[in-house]
Write a protein that binds this ligand. Sequence first.
Ligand code: CA
Length: 371
Amino acid sequence: MSFGLPYGVFSRPGEPRRVGVRVDDRVLDLAAALGDEVFAAPSLNPFMALGRTAWRAARRRVEAAVRESTAGDLIPLGEVTPHLPVDVADYVDFYASLDHASALGRILRPGEEPLKPNWRHLPVGYHGRAGTVVVSGTPIRRPCGQRPPSAPGGRPSFGPSLRLDIEAELGFVVGTPTGPGERPGAFEDHVFGVALVNDWSARDIQAWEYVPLGPFLGKSFATSISPWITPLDALEGARVDGPAQDPEPLPYLRRSAPWGLDLTLTVELNGEPVSAPPYRGMYWTPDQMLAHMTVNGARLRTGDLFASGTVSGPDDPGSLIELTRNGAEPLTLANGETRTFLDDGDTVTVHAVTRDGIRLAGVSGTIVPAT
Ligand code: CA
């Protein structure tokens, strides 16, 4: 198992941020190792903007530098501070899991058809808040907001969210931009790499506010992302065809290459695994998400982040609202405590590994009390 040489941004005490590559539990300082100033930047954006030819050339140089490195060239992970690896431009969040969308539909709209009529025709998504994407390890402050009335026709209350949840997702980071109105070319020419994402969600705020315009403050308080971005080239062995789609999507959404990914996430609550969602079954693949989010002429910018939406399998959901059936069936942890949603002090970590043993660096966050 290896981490596939993911890229990130780190600093050492008193020194500026710079780009490094993770080699198991150590970091190679790329500006120093390769003598290339593009890596002396405080984010991956300047490197990602160079495009795929440069990414592949850099990867060959990185692999050679790692092979030739000695222990003295590599900095122990514990001696560096990881930072947000990407200056996030726009953040789009999809809803690409059939199992998750069906389960949420049954919970939020009981008695109705769980999937809306559009769901199998387009990857449903919304624009999130780029400015609150935070690096793994950043404490997550419990949000306050309007909570739904306790009875139909009643008034909402204001206060800390009582139903704070997670969404275990896979995020895709755009490197190569497009101009306004310009449709992107091949997926791999624009998307630089992937990272695990936890899209924290306040279910009570969300349930009250989302009609009719969709997610807003229940989602925008924080989205955590792994400090390490795994380049697409490291995921070649995980690529699979996406699931069959019925009905066949419109031509602009038809797949031309296998961009399903065979990897399994692990969700840990206070160190205890509580679910292992499989990514492979995600109904909409990321090439389809990219095609959809640009089909109207919206341009891509370096640093755009689009996330898959909660990764859920039939038996392994990526959210507590599914795991506990909207709080009706609390989880019992190994220490005897129970949870429906998150308590202050809880730590959630999401890991993943591909079928060929490439690990994605984890994303973690701890809940701190509301102010
Ligand atoms: Ca989400």
